[in-house]
Design a protein around this ligand. Structure first.
Ligand code: FE2
Length: 193
């Protein structure tokens, strides 16, 4: 079986349990759920396995609480944990790729680029939502997100260059904002937005 066809070895429910056993900050769990939602949507668009892309999104920050003081380690522990559980290499590679700059590796596949731009745009969308009077995703216009992209002082910690990697998978930024916003809206209650 080639790596591309190898399925996720655990259920989505087990993946969420795994996430919660390592990640305790509520906002970080929400960030992971939002990343999952966007990745599922992108997988469908590209004819990829939504579980594979979704669960990679869900688990990409599994070791964050252990590694936040050493960015060059972020992702490596997750890779070890998932390897041990028999996860396919392309999922592990994509998870490592979201932190490519700090790890000194290169993004190669569509999966690698997709997980990176997806996890980054969640921060911009959340910050954009929180300045709306009702703080609700349903009120947010996609144009607000692209406008906030250009405001460097807004949500400074969100890396715009990494969001723009959506263009590497042939999705123009305005389209990516729509896709991501719609995906997050589908789980607005879970996200509390
Ligand atoms: Fe993340």
């Amino acid at each position: 079986m080639t790596d591309q066809n190898q399925p996720v070895p655990i259920s989505r429910e087990e993946a969420l349990e795994l996430l919660k056993s390592y990640v305790h900050q509520d906002n970080l769990i929400k960030h992971c759920l939002a990343t999952e939602a966007i990745m599922r949507s992108l997988a469908k668009r590209f004819g990829e396995d939504p579980d594979k892309w979704g669960i990679a999104g869900l688990l990409h920050d599994l070791d964050y609480e252990e590694t936040y003081e050493s960015p060059a380690e972020h992702g490596k522990k997750t890779a070890e944990i998932l390897k041990e559980k028999g996860f396919p290499q392309d999922m592990i590679d994509a998870i490592l790729a979201h932190n490519a700059e700090a790890l000194g590796i290169e993004r190669k596949t569509r999966f690698d680029f997709a997980i990176t731009c997806s996890e980054c745009i969640t921060g911009l969308i959340t910050a954009t939502t929180l300045v709306y009077p009702d703080k609700k995703l349903k009120s947010v216009k996609p144009k607000s997100i692209t406008k906030r992209m250009k405001e460097k002082g807004f949500a400074r910690s969100v890396n715009r260059d990494l969001i723009r990697l959506c263009e590497k998978i042939d999705i123009p930024l305005p389209d990516f904002a729509v896709i991501s916003l719609e995906a997050m809206r589908e789980i607005d209650e879970e996200l509390g937005l």
